[in-house]
Design a protein around this ligand. Sequence first.
Ligand code: ADP
Length: 249
Amino acid sequence: PSSQQIALQATGLTKDFRGFRAVDNVDLTVVAGGVHALVGPNGAGKTTLFNLLSGFLTPTAGTITVRGEDVTGLQPEQIAHKGVARSFQITSLFENLKPREHVELALQSRTSLGRRFWRSEKIMRQFRPRADELLAEVGLSHLAEKPAGELAYGQKRALEMALVLALDPAIMLLDEPTAGMGIEDVTRTIELVKRIAVGRTVVFVDHNMHVVGSLADRVTVLQQGKVLAEGSYEEVRRDPRVITAYLGE
Ligand code: ADP
């Protein structure tokens, strides 16, 4: 792909933790508009790679570019400004705050009002129409007024997706979007990610191969911090090295 077609690129990316190399010389090219999965056995370095790409960790070596621009070493907020936003596996919602209020706050946080939490009714009201659109997009319209603490697990994860969407990122990094979900929530999440991916670039980590096969047009397999294989889902799942890596888990 040409440089304009590349949304996100890592070159020689390496991360050491006190002498232990968790990510080892990884090259990764994420095509703009694509849905790219990171998979691999436990301990393969997926989470560390995700944290590097989103600025939550600083690489020991290597570079990261977003649409051709070097973002290596930038803070998470600065990387978010470049259009990269990530979700977290662990929910970080306010128990007493309603879904609509969560989304309004997230929308407000990216305006010139900055990060100050002005929870003035008047200011928040201007974000309501967009907040309601986002709640509809993730299937939570009917729960807009219920305290987040009372939502079911899958609904909390959907709300977190709305909070990432509120930042309107060109590139979304989703950390195990279906982790811990039952089959119904998994199916719902697959459909949601398909909708989100229209006009966006998505990179996600998931252990569920059904999810990977349903969503990803490109898959990178990591093992012991290194890229073991890369290709379409069909290509990598037939790769003998990949089969061995998974059976050896
Ligand atoms: P995955 O997400 O693929 O399961 P991780 O990126 O979480 O893998 O971990 C890769 C390796 O790096 C593991 O062996 C893990 O123990 C190690 N590791 C991750 N974070 C740290 C850390 N902060 N300090 C030391 N070792 C770490």
